[in-house]
Design a protein around this ligand. Structure first.
Ligand SMILES: [Zn+2]
Ligand SMILES: [Zn+2]
Length: 188
């Protein structure tokens, strides 16, 4: 007799808070991601930020080093892990990064650190902050699902170098990206 699979074949998103992170915010993010990706979203217990990722000279954390640690938390290859940290991240070739994704190991990280700057302090600051967070999360998870950078400045897969560009884009994949993903069969 063929046994029915107990778990859905759909891939799962696993959020991992790193260090001191606002859990209310993480919960809200998880709910938003469920509806964006139509996938299950779990929140793992927070972990310590790996000390070896800290660069004292730069005063920032090397995101790739943290990605390597996050990869060890994967329960199965289908899981997509999203680390969330409130520290400033970098890769050696850039001043800073909002986040980083490794599509091969299906692990990504986003930083809250810079999302509170520029225009923060306005009446709807909470909404603006959360909106930026969703965009960065969807962007990095998009990479894990096979999406590449998109030249459309309104598309969530647009590579933003500044909050100005983050604020200009939406949290949605453009038609072009969606079509490409469907053709390639990479959409969850
Ligand atoms: Zn990107
Ligand atoms: Zn696009």
């Amino acid at each position: 007799m063929i046994e029915k699979k107990a778990v859905s074949t759909k891939s799962k998103i696993v959020i991992v808070p790193l260090g001191d992170v606002d859990y209310g915010l993480i919960n809200k993010l998880a709910t938003a991601l469920v509806s964006v990706f139509n996938a299950g979203v779990d929140i793992l217990q927070g972990i310590r930020i790996p000390a070896e990722a800290y660069n004292r000279k730069r005063g920032q954390y090397y995101s790739t080093v943290i990605l390597n640690k996050l990869e060890l938390l994967k329960a199965n290859p289908r899981e997509k892990v999203l680390g969330v940290i409130d520290e400033d991240l970098y890769v050696p070739s850039l001043n800073f990064v909002f986040g980083e994704a490794d599509p091969l190991s299906k692990v990504a990280i986003i930083s809250l650190h810079r999302l509170k700057q520029e225009n923060y302090g306005s009446a709807d600051e909470e909404a603006l902050y959360f909106f930026r967070l969703i965009k960065e999360a969807v962007h990095e998870l998009g990479h894990l699902m096979g999406f590449k950078h998109c030249p459309n400045p309104r598309c969530v897969m647009y590579f933003s170098n500044s909050l100005l560009e983050t604020d200009r884009k939406t949290e949605k994949f453009c038609d072009c990206c969606l079509r490409k993903a469907r053709v390639e069969g990479s959409l969850v």
